[in-house]
Write a protein that binds this ligand. Structure first.
Ligand SMILES: NC(=O)c1ccc[n+]([C@@H]2O[C@H](COP(=O)([O-])OP(=O)(O)OC[C@H]3O[C@@H](n4cnc5c(N)ncnc54)[C@H](OP(=O)(O)O)[C@@H]3O)[C@@H](O)[C@H]2O)c1
Length: 248
């Protein structure tokens, strides 16, 4: 069994790599920071291949697929956010965010879904966020990228079910998790974050059970249901105030 995990140099991806290795998976771990990937590799008992690359570049995604086709579990986890009013945030950072959170995930999902479908074998986990179910003033681009991931993942999985395929696509939608995310996004979480290890284990277990939309923690499940029931203008207002509290 082999799992490929993007964004494995820290946070949720690193803890997913540890948990998958404990389950007996050989790994392909992907990120830009080679030293952190080497450190992780040295900690793990199963076979680990390092792919040190910037996934925001299309050619790197294609190279990754070309060199790693025998994958049983693909985890598209690499991603980041940014805080601020849309007219003030940095365009280049947002384009890099779109290339990482959306474009690279899209390319890898397409290449691996085709391949897995041909073999009628494989599972995929795309990491979105609870932000994927709503609009997020003050983190507008990040929320929009995660809406894309939720929508794409659910639709592809539905197509696979209709075709009677054994391949599945799950989507992980956590609230705050204690990782390096808040430093990169320049936010301070207003809610207590879940431990990354807990989220990683929960997500992998649920993916292997074939669960489609994975929301760790009771509070986030409640927020998910509340957001579905609330009128759109109210949930937008609540999102604005909860984001504003994240200002550092
Ligand atoms: N933490 C939260 O509260 C939270 C909540 C909901 C969803 N999420 C999602 O969870 C995922 C993992 O984030 P995290 O919380 O674990 O944050 P993190 O600790 O900052 O990890 C992000 C990972 O993504 C990798 N990455 C970023 N840009 C990349 C690029 N261009 N190419 C290759 N790798 C790249 C980083 O590696 P390098 O820097 O070494 O490249 C790192 O391994 C993200 O998709 C995030 O949106 C996080």
């Amino acid at each position: 069994m082999k799992a490929l995990i993007t964004g494995a140099s820290s946070g949720i991806g690193r803890d997913m790599a540890r948990y998958c290795s404990n389950l007996g998976y050989d790994l392909v771990i992907v990120a830009r920071r080679r030293d952190l990937l080497e450190e992780l590799k040295n900690d793990l008992a199963t076979e680990v291949k390092i792919e040190c690359m910037d996934l925001s570049k299309q050619e790197n995604c294609e190279k990754l697929f070309a060199e790693n086709q025998d994958i049983d579990l693909l985890i598209n986890n690499a991603g980041f956010g940014d805080f601020g009013k849309f007219d003030e945030t940095d365009l280049e950072k947002e384009l890099a965010m779109i290339d990482t959170n959306i474009k690279s995930l899209h390319i890898l999902t397409k290449l691996y879904v085709r391949h897995m479908k041909n073999n009628n074998h494989g599972r995929m986990l795309n990491v979105a966020s609870i932000a994927g179910f709503m609009a997020g003033p003050l983190m507008a681009t990040y929320y929009a990228t995660k809406n894309y991931v939720v929508s794409l993942s659910k639709a592809i999985d539905k197509e696979l079910r209709k075709d009677g395929s054994k391949v599945s696509v799950s989507v992980l939608c956590p609230g705050p998790v204690n990782t390096n995310f808040d430093n990169v996004a320049n936010v301070k979480f207003s809610l207590k974050g879940l431990p990354s290890e807990t989220v990683a284990k929960y997500a992998i277990d649920k993916t292997l059970q074939g669960k489609k939309v994975i929301i760790p923690g009771f509070l986030m499940k409640l927020i998910y249901v509340g957001n579905k029931l609330a009128p759109a203008c109210l949930s937008l207002e609540i999102a604005y105030h909860s984001q504003k509290r994240k200002q550092t």
